[in-house]
Design a protein around this ligand. Structure first.
Ligand SMILES: C[S@@+](CC[C@H](N)C(=O)[O-])C[C@H]1O[C@@H](n2cnc3c(N)ncnc32)[C@H](O)[C@@H]1O
Length: 205
C-alpha cells in the first residue's frame, strides 16, 4: 500500500520527482492554448510539483488530491511562495460526484494508475472540462508490476496506449495523441531499470 500521507513531507527532496514534473510541464505547455484567463485542474497533485511549473500559464489552478498529507505540504508551499492562483482541494472523483466548477485544462501526473476505476474518472474529467477543453495525462507505459513491486496489487501496471485511447474516446474525448515524455529510473534487484512514461493529450469539443 502506498502511504502518500507518510511520504508527503519528503516528496520534494527527491530531485528525480522535481525533474520529472519540470519535463512533463515542458511537454504539456505546447499542447494547451496560450491565452490569458485559462483555468486548470491538476488531479492527484501531490505536493504540486507539476502545477508550480505550470503556474504562470493559468489564471487559476485547482489542485486536487485524496492525501491530506500531500495537501498540507502543498498549502505550506503555496503560502511560502506567495502565489494567489493555486487552490488545494480534497477530492476523490472515483467516489464523489464532480464539483460544479468547470476548467479549461485538466492535467495529471502518475496518478491514473493509482485509481482502480479508470473509466469513471475519465468520464468525470470530461464532465469537468469546458468546451473546448484539454486533457493531458502523463503515466506509466504498460509494465510487468516491477515498478511498485509484486506485493502492491491495488495499482494498474501502467497502461496499454490503445486500451487507454479507447477508454478516452468512450468517455467522449477526441484527438487523442500519445508521446513518450520521460523515464523513471529505479533500482530493481540492484540493476538500474527505466520505466517509460507517456503523455496523452485529448480534447473535448
Ligand atoms: C505517485 S503520486 C504523484 C504525485 C504528483 N502528481 C507528482 O507527480 O509528484 C500519486 C498521487 O495521487 C494521489 N491519489 C491517489 N489516488 C487518488 C484518487 N483517487 N484521487 C486523487 N488523487 C489520488 C496520491 O495521494 C498521490 O498524491
Amino acid at each position: 500500500m502506498n502511504d502518500f500521507n507518510e511520504r508527503a513531507k519528503d516528496w520534494d527532496s527527491d530531485p528525480a520527482k522535481v525533474e520529472r514534473a519540470r519535463i512533463v510541464a515542458e511537454a504539456i505547455r505546447p499542447a494547451i492554448p496560450s491565452r490569458p484567463g485559462l483555468s486548470a485542474l491538476e488531479y492527484g497533485c501531490g505536493t504540486g510539483l507539476l502545477s508550480f511549473a505550470l503556474q504562470p500559464n493559468f489564471a487559476s489552478i485547482t489542485l486536487a488530491d485524496t492525501s491530506q498529507g500531500m495537501l498540507d505540504v502543498l498549502s505550506a508551499k503555496i503560502k511560502a511562495a506567495g502565489v494567489d492562483n493555486m487552490h488545494p482541494l480534497h477530492l476523490d472523483l472515483s467516489t464523489a460526484p464532480a464539483p460544479d466548477s468547470r476548467y479549461s485544462v485538466i492535467y495529471s501526473l502518475m496518478t491514473l494508475h493509482h485509481i482502480p476505476d479508470t473509466d469513471t474518472v475519465l468520464r468525470q474529467f470530461f464532465a469537468l472540462l469546458e468546451t473546448p477543453g484539454w486533457l493531458c495525462i502523463a503515466d506509466l507505459e504498460k509494465e510487468d508490476g516491477t515498478f511498485h513491486g509484486q506485493h502492491i496489487t491495488d495499482v494498474h501496471r501502467g497502461f496499454e496506449r490503445a486500451d487507454l485511447q479507447a477508454r478516452l474516446e468512450a468517455a467522449g474525448f477526441r484527438d487523442v495523441h500519445f508521446s513518450s515524455v520521460y523515464a523513471v529510473k529505479k533500482l530493481v534487484n540492484g540493476i538500474e531499470t527505466a520505466f517509460p512514461l507517456f503523455l496523452v493529450t485529448a480534447q473535448k469539443g
